[in-house]
Design a protein around this ligand. Structure first.
Ligand SMILES: Nc1ncnc2c1ncn2[C@@H]1O[C@H](COP(=O)(O)OP(=O)(O)O)[C@@H](O)[C@H]1O
Ligand SMILES: [Mg+2]
Length: 321
């Protein structure tokens, strides 16, 4: 659906995108994740033909965006960072206006507008003036506008930013309901959002792609080397000098991090092979004179992975919005 090859974008002498390449298959839901200023909006504007790249190529449905912008705009729905809504129009007037702009044939305008009013849960509010609407409603109007012409590709720039928690849930639910048969790209600086909404993530920092991975693989841990890698959290009482070699000797243990206080130890284990139960571990611990207080499997959080990849500690705070 999308093929971006070595896309670079300069603003004056400043490179906002540096040699970015990726592909998106039809039907994928992909998230662009990165801090403010990372280049997410710039990349989306290039993909939607609103901004020419300084170098590189982008093809959407096989068409070169620099040559066939009109055809591409017909097939792409775009929710910009600040949707251009007209405050003095009602929702319905605005959507009719948008339908004309998008060259939807006159007779189909009304059914299309009615469809998106219903799909975006705007039916009751259809005759309200846009200026009086809450941010959550406005965002839904922006999304309604983006899907009006039934695009195959939907590009949503920070669709939940600035919304309160209830509105965020509503907008997320709406986007989820739109996925069917569509390719969706959304951007966010919120990690949990990616986990909830996307199947794949492009982590962008300073105009570069730091990681391009399925969410599933990303959560398998940094490096993502082991297919079946898993993490186990263990709390044990015993003598560390006896326990350490016993646990370290278990095949498949890649890494063990110890946090010990007197004779109580919290141990984070990364294992490269799956074992259905913890029998071997429990047995070795017992033989070394240890007593297991707690044992459980734990997931690598997206936050941890992101921090490791981006090497930026500040982000963990700003991202837990
Ligand atoms: N029109 C522009 N002129 C000059 N610099 C810009 C312009 N648009 C974006 N930038 C710069 O490019 C970088 C990436 O911005 P942007 O794509 O908006 O990031 P994001 O959407 O990830 O927050 C930022 O440093 C920003 O200041
Ligand atoms: Mg942006």
């Amino acid at each position: 659906m999308i093929r971006a090859q070595n896309v670079t974008k300069y603003f004056g002498g400043f490179p906002a995108l540096k040699n970015i390449s990726f592909e998106v298959a039809k039907g994928e839901i992909i998230g662009f994740l990165g801090q403010n200023g990372a280049g997410k909006t710039t990349l989306m504007r290039v993909l939607t033909t609103y901004l020419p790249a300084s170098a590189g190529k982008v093809y959407i449905a096989g068409m070169d965006v620099s040559r066939r912008s009109l055809e591409i705009r017909r097939r792409v729905g775009y929710l910009p960072e600040n949707p251009p809504l007209y405050g003095n129009m009602t929702i319905r007037e605005y959507l009719k206006f948008a339908a004309r702009l998008k060259d939807i044939p006159h007779r189909q305008q009304r059914p299309h507008v009615e469809r998106v009013l219903k799909d975006c849960d705007l039916w009751e509010a259809r005759d309200k003036v846009i200026a009086t609407l809450s941010k959550g409603y406005k965002q839904r109007v922006g999304i309604a506008q983006a899907i009006l012409h039934e695009p195959e590709l939907l590009i949503l720039d920070e669709p939940t930013s600035g919304l309160d928690p209830a509105q965020i849930l509503q907008v997320r639910r709406l986007i989820k309901s739109l996925e069917y048969r569509r390719t969706v790209i959304l951007s966010t600086h919120i990690l949990s959002e990616i986990e909830q909404m996307a199947q794949r993530v492009l982590i962008i920092k300073s105009g570069e792609i730091l990681a391009d991975s399925s969410i599933e693989n990303l959560l398998k841990g940094p490096g993502g080397t082991s297919e079946d890698g898993r993490r186990v959290c263990l709390r044990v009482q015993g003598v560390r000098l006896d326990l350490e070699p016993a646990i370290g000797g278990i095949p498949g243990i890649k890494l063990a991090r110890w946090a010990s206080e007197n004779n109580t130890h919290g141990i984070d284990l990364e294992m490269t092979h799956p074992s259905g139960d913890f029998n071997e571990l429990a047995e070795k611990v017992a033989r070394a004179g240890g007593r297991i207080l707690e044992i459980k499997e734990s997931k690598v959080s997206l936050e941890e992975v992101f921090l490791q990849i981006s090497g930026n500690k500040d982000l963990s705070h700003s991202s837990r919005a």
